[in-house]
Ligand binder design. Sequence first.
Ligand SMILES: [Zn+2]
Length: 235
Amino acid sequence: MNGWHHRIGLGIVLPAILLALCSAPGWGAQQQRYTVLVDPAHGGDDTGVVSDKIREKDLTLNMALMVRQEAQKTANLQVQLTRSADRGVTVADRIKMAAGMKPDCLISLHVNAGFGKKAAGYEVYFPGFRQAAAAGAGSSAPILKDMEQNRSLNDSVRLAQRTQNALESVFPRKGRGLRDAPCPLLEGVTAPGIVVEVGFATHPEDRKALGEEQTQRAVARALVRGLQEYFQKNP
Ligand SMILES: [Zn+2]
C-alpha cells in the first residue's frame, strides 16, 4: 500500500514541480531583453544650464548612471549610456553611437531653465511630427522607410506617455504636458526616442530637489518603471 501511495504522490507532485519551474522567470522561453540608450545631455566644456551651484551636465550624468543601476535590477532592460563620465560628446557623435547600437529606444536627459523664475516641473518631448512630415515630402524616400518612421513616431509618443505617468509619482501635478518639438538628436536616430526635461534649474524648489540624491534616484526609478510599462504594452 505504501508503494502505491508513493507512485500516486509522485505522479501528481512531479508535474506540479516541473510546471512551477518552467513558469518561473528564466525558465522555458528566453525572456526578451531590450536595449535602451540613455543620453545624459551636455558634458565636458558644455555645462548646460548653470544655476546657483547646480550644473545641468552633472545632474543628467548622475541620473543616467542611476537609471543604468536601476535597470541592472531588472531581468529585461539593458541600459547603455552616450557618456558615463564628465566629457563632451557632440550631437553628431551621439547619433553615430545610436546608429551603431540600434537600441530599442532612446531617452535623452536634460534639465530645464528659463520661462521666467516661476516655471517649474518636468516636460517630455517626442520628435516633431511636422518636422518628419516635412522631411518626407518631396524626398524620394521609399514608402517602407516612411512607414518605419511613422511607427517609430507612434512608439515615441507611447514612450513619452508612459514616462510622463511614471514621473507624475515623483513630481505630482508638475507635469507640463507632452510636447512635440524638433530635436536634432531624436530626428537623427531611427529608434523611438524622447527628451525629458527633468525640472527647472531656475526654480528654487526644483533646483533644491534636483540637487538631492534622493530625488535623482526617484527619477531614475520612475524612468525605469516607464520603460517597463512601455515594453510590456509594446513588445
Ligand atoms: Zn540641456
